[in-house]
Ligand binder design. Sequence first.
Ligand SMILES: Nc1ncnc2c1ncn2[C@@H]1O[C@H](COP(=O)(O)OP(=O)(O)OP(=O)(O)O)[C@@H](O)[C@H]1O
Ligand SMILES: [Mg+2]
Length: 206
Amino acid sequence: MATSIYQCLTRITAAITENKDFLTELDREIGDADHGLNMARGFAAVLEKVPQEEPDFGVVLKKVGMTLLSTVGGASGPLYGTAYMEAAKVAAGKTEITADLFDEMLGAAIAGIERRGKAVRGEKTMLDALIPAKDAFAEKVAKGASFVEALDAACAAAEEGVAFTKTIAATKGRAAYLGERSIGHQDPGATSATLMLESIRDYVKG
Ligand SMILES: Nc1ncnc2c1ncn2[C@@H]1O[C@H](COP(=O)(O)OP(=O)(O)OP(=O)(O)O)[C@@H](O)[C@H]1O
Ligand SMILES: [Mg+2]
């Protein structure tokens, strides 16, 4: 399919901006009430800094990662920055997206977050949305599903992952200070990660 990565980033930015207050409210419950603000600021900068006509996914995603790293701040800036920069490495030289490439990019992004955040699944972070999403995506692709079908499955798994974060205590990031008191609240980072996946799915659906 013909892909405009800039158009896709526009979708992500719109979703993050529309949900800015929601994300910030989630972070108010178990953090410091800045996640939506941080992310909206970061993606606004992304749209300004990324060259609109650049076709190479690797070049674009590297710029996205560097911009998020320098503008988002907090825990999520370095984490999402790393995720996009790791995805950039596997997408270098590519100008079309395929299910296999997306699977690799998602895997690289997750590995980057795990390494940078010293985190694993089950600690009430963005990984609790992204890892099940990647697993669901790969499973669908292996069964011969289309890219869009696999993205639908990934989004459904990410949403389940967000719901799961309500049931567990945080052991990473600011929310970990609350310990058991973080139970009952959904993780802001898992929520923003899900919004990104849904935006990508909606973009690919057209
Ligand atoms: N070590 C970690 N590994 C993976 N994800 C993490 C980690 N720490 C925090 N997160 C994710 O980051 C989100 C919080 O992002 P936010 O932008 O609000 O940073 P913050 O906690 O306010 O950072 P800081 O306290 O350093 O200012 C959490 O909801 C969680 O998903
Ligand atoms: Mg915060």
